[in-house]
Design a binder for this molecule. Structure first.
Ligand code: COI
Length: 355
């Protein structure tokens, strides 16, 4: 796809760049932001002219609905730089589509393509020096929308703000990831907002994840809310289970986020002739496979996390360590995926888009 340039935009450049103050070798995920941000307001049914301005705090009314009713959605994307200094996005149209699906589910206005894509292109052109070359380096892109409309009446706002901020990133997790399988808490329920990238889906996980952290686990693998027998997704990523040589993952549903890394891994694995089985995976199957040695790997997949191996899991107080594999699917698929993202391998799928 070609991203059209957005012409109808106001640009105010910052007088000084922070870039020389940043230690790009020691970034903690999501804590450093570039010099500029994109802002576009929605007022009384109309999207206003977008602007790119210096990154800065902004004023918002204390009664804005984002504070009281959590009308807020976001996306996670990344930009990569190749050896020729060109900047690339990975399947951005998928993020755009998912963003507007999330918007509809949260009774928020859809963002026009020229604002989302064209605005992102303009912002990345300005911030291209923040995209560093080399494996593991990327610029994490966070488009989001909040309800800025005033009033504590529990009804959708009429004023919204769409923004894009950018953060140079390396890996999301710095150490080993051990997971706890949820027995009581739930991430989402049928009929709810689990499939939307709504802010509340993430904050609702903070408390159970904090309890898991206190027990030495970095993440929770959520199970279905009705029976807690089916494995669904982890807090920041979708999950894959390798039993013997088959890769299993849960189907997307009203409760599970339609992850772009997830669907790319499925396509890559199929291309590599790996047997992929998309169906609800039962907790008891996983425990049985861990006990009889057929469980070879578990890994998470997401934009921020990329592909992250999980070293062990706990269920009902029993901890299962995963074997170390010579022929890890996680390592192999991560290499294949990132080679496409960094333009080190031919993109036969047509996933990469040049800025
Ligand atoms: C992403 O992977 O981009 C996400 O949105 C997950 C977030 C919790 C970092």
């Amino acid at each position: 796809m070609d991203i059209k340039n957005l012409e109808n935009i106001d640009i105010t450049l910052s007088t000084a760049s922070k870039i020389n103050e940043v230690d790009f070798d020691n970034l903690s995920f999501g804590n450093t932001f570039t010099d500029h941000m994109l802002v576009c307001d929605f007022e009384n049914g109309v999207w206003k002219k977008p602007s790119i301005e210096p990154y800065a705090p902004f004023m918002i009314d204390p009664s804005a609905k984002v504070f009281h009713y959590g009308q807020a959605i976001f996306e996670g994307m990344k930009a990569y730089k190749d050896n020729q200094d060109d900047v690339w996005l990975f399947r951005p149209e998928q993020n755009f589509e998912r963003f507007n699906k999330s918007a509809s589910r949260m009774a928020m206005p859809e963002v026009p393509e020229d604002v989302f894509m064209g605005g992102l292109k303009r912002l990345l052109e300005i911030e291209k020096n923040w995209v560093k070359k080399g494996d593991g380096n990327s610029l994490y892109i966070r488009p989001f929308m909040i309800a800025t409309g005033k009033g504590v009446v529990a009804a959708p706002a009429v004023f919204y703000r769409f923004m894009i901020i950018l953060s140079p990133a390396k890996s999301y997790y710095s150490g080993e990831v051990k997971v706890l399988i949820a027995e009581h808490f739930s991430r989402a329920a049928n009929g709810g907002i689990g499939a939307a990238k709504a802010a509340g889906n993430y904050s609702a996980q903070f408390y159970p994840t904090k309890l898991a952290n206190e027990q030495g686990f970095q993440q929770i693998i959520w199970t279905d809310d009705a029976t807690h027998t089916k494995l669904e997704e982890a807090g920041t990523m979708n999950v894959f289970f390798r039993i013997n040589d088959t890769l299993h993952t849960a189907p997307t549903s009203e409760r599970i986020l339609d992850g772009i890394t997830r669907k790319s891994i499925i396509d890559l694995a199929k291309r590599e002739n790996i047997n992929v089985d998309i169906r609800p995976v039962l907790v008891e199957e996983l425990v049985e496979a861990a006990k009889n040695g057929s469980l070879k790997e578990i890994f998470g997949a997401g934009t921020a996390a990329v592909i992250n191996p999980i070293v062990g899991f706990s269920y009902k107080e029993e901890y299962f360590e995963l074997p170390k594999n010579e022929d890890s699917f996680a390592i192999d698929l991560k290499k294949k995926l990132t080679d496409i993202q960094y333009k080190n391998a031919e993109d036969t799928f047509g996933w990469t888009v040049k800025i």
